[in-house]
Design a protein around this ligand. Structure first.
Ligand SMILES: [Fe+2]
Length: 218
């Protein structure tokens, strides 16, 4: 019998199946062919493999985020020892954000069927001559994290790994803002020129969460 669905199939590239037959496994090709799904090192399903170079860079970046968390915490300790509570708590919170960033990369690697490998976190530097040097180091650290992210992005583009470029888009822009905020703080500290009263003013701003760069838009 020349049914309605067979008739419609004449005008389509695919065979149209009557709704009542769609879940009838006895006649379909899928009943015979086993479905195989590629899996990663942890046994999770992989929709698209990740290149070895991409994976190595992702692992290195994940560990850089953890190292940044330790570096921020060391800076927070330096300020806490000197009664600069605003700096100490601000830098502690920044360190917690770095841990969140590391967790985001762990989540992503798992979502891609890869196994995150945690590396050793090196003891952070804890001795500094003055406030400006501590904050200058923070700025350098943020710039290094940005460079690592951009390297990831470039590699993802080279691999045409669009899942990774989409994942990185928001992260790269957030990282630019982190650099912006660190540059602002470094600028304020430079103005203070290690004058205790001026440093106390910045500390008070940080304590009130009022230390942000100018926003001229709007
Ligand atoms: Fe980060």
């Amino acid at each position: 019998m020349f049914g309605f669905y067979s008739y419609l199939s004449l005008f389509c590239d695919v065979e149209l199946i009557h709704p009542s037959k769609r879940f009838d496994m006895t006649n379909s090709a899928t009943a015979q062919a086993p479905i195989t799904v590629p899996t990663g090192p942890a046994g999770r399903a992989i929709a698209e493999p990740m290149s070895g170079a991409m994976l190595d860079l992702m692992q290195a970046h994940l560990n850089l985020e953890n190292q940044s968390a330790a570096d921020y915490f060391a800076a927070a300790v330096w300020f806490a020892e000197r009664e600069l509570v605003g700096f100490a708590e601000h830098l502690r919170d920044e360190g917690k954000q770095e841990q969140e960033h590391a967790a985001k990369f762990v989540d992503y690697l798992i979502s891609r069927g890869q196994r995150p490998v945690l590396d050793t976190v090196e003891p952070p530097r804890q001795q500094w001559p003055d406030v400006e040097q501590v904050i200058a180091n923070i700025f350098r650290m943020e710039a290094d994290v940005t460079a690592s992210l951009l390297q990831l992005y470039g590699n993802a583009e080279k691999d045409i790994d669009r899942r990774t470029t989409v994942f990185l888009d928001a992260i790269v822009d957030d990282q630019r803002l982190s650099e912006h905020e660190a540059a602002y703080l470094l600028g304020r500290v430079k103005f203070a020129a290690n004058n205790p009263a001026a440093v106390m003013i910045i500390d008070a701003e940080l304590r009130e969460s009022e230390a942000e760069p100018a926003k001229l838009e709007g």
